[in-house]
Design a protein around this ligand. Structure first.
Ligand code: FAD
Length: 478
């Protein structure tokens, strides 16, 4: 390029891709030479500074984005925050006329971005943001009374009625670039990669970055999509897309996933495709709720639970749950899958969450925080919705008195005990029925797995009764 060409900063955040990237596209359409930047400012996330597993993923995803940019003649320049002063000094140093970015919806980030946009515009800089993450932005849908939705089914019905498929935009083969301005810091300076390699196991399962996201979508379409409606509840199979971290980091646009699914539509596949798109709908709903009820990562959606008799913190039990040593095999399998891979199957997330909030009667925030630190797909909207839903404190939640029995859940959704055997291998030698409830044969358990807990942290029936009593005391009725 000539040095006279007008430039714009393209501020990458949770949109770590080049295709379907509205901010990048806007910069190019306006005739700017884009200067791709990333600003590391974890302190600006309020109480929800990204967790360790998220950081590990982001490190690799930023690396992949830089490689993708470099292959097109550009590059990613990295900086360490705070965001507004960093943007302002970059505008000066590069002589850029504009800043473009794609929106995020976490309450602290929304507020920060509004302040940044106002400050930049006040100083005469073009500052424009776009929707790069959602099928429907949180404020796009409202009830007839103009209120936010609180129940998924009418929300999703309204969403489908106003559905318009966004066209896919392929990444340009070449990108103009400029050397103006500072180079930024090396990726390692962001200190995102774990110092100890506890994340080693993750990368047998995941390939962060845009190419990894596309590959996951293709694998899903060729495989688990067929039969998804039935298989999605089976943790012993690859029955779901495993797109969640890719969607969280914006390595793929949800509308690209929807278009790819719709392209496969036949009468026979319609049920599976609708079921998969509906799950993406829960992600949309979660963002709708987080935007309209920004206090819910911390506080109950349903204030009736505000003085619920949660267990006082009893650290050893919480730790046993975290470490996959609760003595309930399906719970332990889930928690160990989480630790080793940074992900857990949705059905098992529900089971472990129910066990923590009902049998152990811990406040759901304890679980949400642990997930926040350990999930590679940790997402403030989805995690908040998931925990409040299971705990019974949320919008459109499962009622508190519906307590999952982890033994019958395992029998139903892991019928051969294969998932349990994979993640709690010391129980693999037990006959299948015993894998679900090994305390029923103490001798066999002692022989097969001398180090596995002899019995669950709480007796399942007693834990259930105590939870229901606590609920009734708060005036809850069935
Ligand atoms: P698929 O079944 O293939 O679904 C496709 C996509 O739809 C997912 O990638 C995800 O983006 C979205 N989706 C699916 N189910 C849900 C759901 N119930 N709520 C919102 N979006 C959904 N999901 C996260 O992305 N981040 C979280 O931090 C998170 N925390 C959770 C905590 C609890 C207690 C529970 C019960 C659920 C949580 N979920 C979370 C939702 C769900 O478990 C994961 O999205 C799903 O397991 C991801 O696997 P997948 O990509 O194979 O899903």
């Amino acid at each position: 390029m000539t040095d006279a060409a007008a430039t714009a900063l393209v501020w990458f955040r949770n949109d770590l891709r080049l295709d379907d990237n509205p901010a990048l596209r806007a910069a190019l359409d306006a005739g700017y030479v884009p200067i791709p930047i990333y600003i590391h400012a974890p302190d600006e996330h309020g109480d929800w500074r990204p967790g360790a597993a998220s950081d590990a993923w982001r490190h690799r995803s930023l690396d992949a984005l830089d490689l993708d940019l470099s292959a097109r003649g550009s590059r990613l320049r990295r900086f360490v925050g705070p965001s507004l002063p960093t943007l302002q000094s970059l505008l000066l140093a590069t002589d850029a006329e504009a800043v473009f970015w794609n929106r995020r919806y976490e309450p602290a980030i929304e507020k920060r971005d509004t302040r940044i946009k106002q400050a930049l515009r006040r100083q005469g800089v073009r500052a424009d943001s776009y929707n790069g993450a959602l099928l429907f932005e949180p404020w796009q849908l409202a009830t007839r009374q103009g209120e936010p939705y609180r129940v998924f089914t009418p929300y999703w019905r309204a969403a489908l009625a106003s559905w318009q498929q966004a066209p896919n935009w392929d990444a340009p083969k070449q990108l103009p670039s400029t050397d103006r301005g500072p180079d930024g810091v090396p990726l390692a300076a962001l200190k995102l990669a774990p110092a100890l390699d506890w994340d080693r196991g993750f990368w047998e399962h995941w390939t962060p970055g845009e190419a990894g996201a596309r590959a996951a979508l293709e694998t899903f379409i060729d495989g688990a999509m067929n039969g998804y409606a039935e298989q999605r509840d089976r943790p012993d199979r690859v029955g779901t897309s495993r797109l969640s971290p890719h969607l969280h980091f914006g390595e793929i646009a949800p509308w690209r996933a929807v278009a790819a699914l719709q392209a496969q539509r036949t009468a026979a596949r319609a049920g599976d495709i609708d079921a998969a798109i509906r799950e993406l709908g829960w992600r949309e709903f979660a963002h709708h709720l987080l935007h309209h009820f920004p206090h819910t990562p911390e506080r109950n959606f349903n204030p009736r639970f505000d003085d619920f008799d949660w267990a006082r913190t009893v650290a050893p039990r919480l730790q046993a749950w975290q470490q996959g040593r609760s003595g309930v095999p399906i719970v332990d399998a889930g928690m160990r899958e989480l630790w080793h891979t940074g992900w857990m199957h949705n059905r098992v997330r529900m089971i472990v969450a129910s066990y923590l909030t009902k049998h152990l009667r811990y406040h759901w925030r304890h679980g949400a925080r642990w997930f926040w630190d350990t999930l590679v797909d940790a997402d403030l909207a989805n995690n908040t919705l998931g925990w409040q839903w299971v705990a019974g404190t949320g919008a459109d939640a499962a009622p508190y008195f519906r307590v999952f029995n982890p033994v019958t859940q395992a029998e139903k959704f892991d019928p051969d005990g294969r998932y349990i055997a994979r993640w709690v291998p010391e129980l693999a030698a037990l006959p299948t029925p015993l894998r679900f409830a090994p305390w029923r044969d103490p001798d066999a358990l002692r022989r097969a797995a001398p180090d596995y807990p002899r019995k669950p942290l709480v007796d399942l029936a007693a834990g259930r009764d105590a939870a229901l009593n606590a609920y009734r005391e708060r005036g809850g009725g069935e």
